[in-house]
Design a protein around this ligand. Structure first.
Ligand code: PHB
Length: 178
């Protein structure tokens, strides 16, 4: 496993997810990023000329390896785990880990297992019934630096997946309000 993946995916898995303080966050630039209900991919794309996805990992996990909160949000089921890093203009901006229950990867959604370098949001938000709920936030310490993270549930055709996202130090979320 690459050092990058080890460090960032482990940090996401160890995050202490909490309900966001909507009132406080809604008024800040960081909050707008963390509470984005539509596509994070689109929001990132608006900040760069090229947004690239690199797949760091794609594997299956058994139901037993899910945490209790993951089971509460997704149901008791094995999942596909997709781990990626998104780079804007060649700077790493976001590390994401998505759990996709096997029952989500059916019918029209079978292709989600084979997205490769196509960003998840680009695939999901072309569907009119896509929606996001259960947004939670966390601060994660990586190499002594406090990084922002969020976890949210995406629904496509009423089937869930759970996306955890870690904003890396060069991500636009940390840029000063302009
Ligand atoms: C993904 O392609 O897996 C992906 C892309 C953007 C995100 C999260 C996940 O914000």
């Amino acid at each position: 496993m690459s050092d990058f993946k080890q460090l960032h995916v482990s940090a996401l898995m160890g995050a202490n997810w909490e309900a966001p303080d909507w009132q406080q966050l809604e008024t800040t630039r960081k909050g707008e990023w963390l509470l984005e209900a539509h596509s994070m991919t689109e929001r990132l794309q608006a900040c760069c000329a090229t947004l690239d996805v690199e797949v760091l990992g794609l594997h299956q996990c058994d139901m037993e390896t899910l945490t209790s909160s993951e089971r509460e949000l997704l149901g008791h089921e094995g999942c596909l785990v997709r781990e990626v890093v998104l780079s804007g203009d060649n700077m790493p901006w976001l590390c994401a880990r998505t759990l996709v229950p096997m029952s989500t990867l059916t019918e029209k959604e079978e292709d989600i297992a084979q997205l490769g370098a196509v960003p998840l949001g680009q695939r999901v938000f072309t569907q009119a019934n896509a929606r996001r709920d259960a947004i939670e936030v966390a601060t994660v310490i990586v190499k002594g630096q406090a990084l922002l993270a969020r976890r949210s549930r995406l629904w496509v055709n009423n089937k869930p997946m759970l996306v955890s996202e870690l904003f890396l130090p060069h991500a636009p979320i940390y840029q000063e309000e302009g």
